[in-house]
Design a protein around this ligand. Sequence first.
Ligand code: GLN
Length: 550
Amino acid sequence: MSKYIFVTGGVVSSLGKGIISASIGKLLQTRGFKITIQKFDPYINIDPGTLNPYEHGECYVTADGMETDLDLGHYERFTGIQTTRANSMTTGRIYKAVIDKERRGDYLGKTIQVVPHITDEIKERIRFLGDQQGFDFVITEIGGTIGDIESAPYLEAIRQLKWELGKDAVCVHLTYVPYLKAASELKTKPTQHSVKEMLSYGIQPDILVLRTEKHLDDHLRMKVAGFCNVDLECVIQSEDMPSIYEVPVNMQRQGLDAAILRKMGIPVGETPELGPWNRFLQLRRESVEEVRIGLVGKYDLQDAYKSINESLSHAATYNHRKVRITFINSETLASECSEYSESGEESTERNGNSAFAVLRAQDGIVICPGFGQRGVEGKILAAQYARTHDVPCFGICLGMQMMVIEFARNVLGLKDANSREMDALTPHNVIDMMESQKNISQMGGTMRLGAYDCDLIPGSRVSGIYGHQAVCERHRHRYEFNNHYLSDFESNGMKCTGRNPETDLVEIVEIPDLRWYIGTQFHPEYQSTVLHPHPLFMDFIKATINKGSK
Ligand code: GLN
């Protein structure tokens, strides 16, 4: 019989519910349980695939091809367990399923209402992972903040499930304890109000996780316990940590997993060792030397390239380095360097703070994924700079496509080379729309999504990096390398070293003569986890460290 853990949040958003959910998953997994973590987002979009990253940060892609919330990235990075489309749900998807059923006549003439039809659909999707896939624990994170109109059906579903499941369901509620400087006091009132709000939905939280910037003493925890009807051991504090990866250790130290088990009547036993996890943290604390990576992209927002940031950070740690990631705005780069050419770079050196000067100061460059015209010329300039100065460079998806366009323009002499995405009429469409995409009119969920096989060319750098010839990586794109130009590229030094065995699509390009110049049509960042850093990121960081000694 599966057990259910609900994670909700009150007072403010951005409390780190995703990190707490991932930490609970990690701790229960370490105790030998089979766990899964799912997220419900209370917005109307079917999935975040059509959302601008400024709205919702990065869009994470599961192996089975679902575009999801970035919290699923945390779940996978913490636990190493792959999520699926059943792990990500939105209000839009729930309503769509209910409306589709109504159109089919499944409800036999009934009036369709939020309660019970929407709430039943939510409950079914929470229980699906337990009932159908046999997990010991299903951890369900509810996006948004309680009190929002949108969250109400989810809270009603949780209330019903808690009533039906009894001890087999617990609710972990996150709140915020602000520190008022003028009064020199930590304030618990918002937490009390938030719990009151939960009670108004009929849910008594079992465990409270209090986010705080200052340590809470026992007196304060006792006060919260007393006012909110929870046991003292169930008032956990989550202080700011130097890294999100310290959170599971902090939660274990305070017995969050033990408190959950006790609430559910499961024997607690010994606290398990977090061996490899702690070794990772130890390495992180010991790494002082920096490696500087420039992230060339158009979204000046921490969350827009979340998985890339984390993958670089994992790889740097295992290479005994601290990564210093600097965002370089590709639009600024392009406008500054409009007169840039291989010989004319001096003109851009005048201003030490320019985007171009920042680019020059890096040990390695990542050219980021993206969509649309804005900022692409800056990415092409970054690729050109890296290629002509032999700076380790990693192009991901659109980044790889820009490496290809730069090579076509400046090495093959195809001055108008472009992607059909940016210029539908380009005479040299070195990046073209995939055949399978040509008749698609609907935007959402129709790209080439999810994991596809890729065969590596024996003897290539990438096959050495992966250590084997058949890999499987996740995709999210509509455009592809145009094989018509392949022989031209190869004879001039840019090789295709990975391709899809069924479709022959080019999945990887590299310039073997350079120190590290690799572009991937797929997104390796979706598969890097704390305990299994991705080989491409590992090798890229290694190359940036050895930059001075070719
Ligand atoms: N816009 C490009 C395409 O659709 C690249 C997408 C991406 O970077 N994820 O092919």
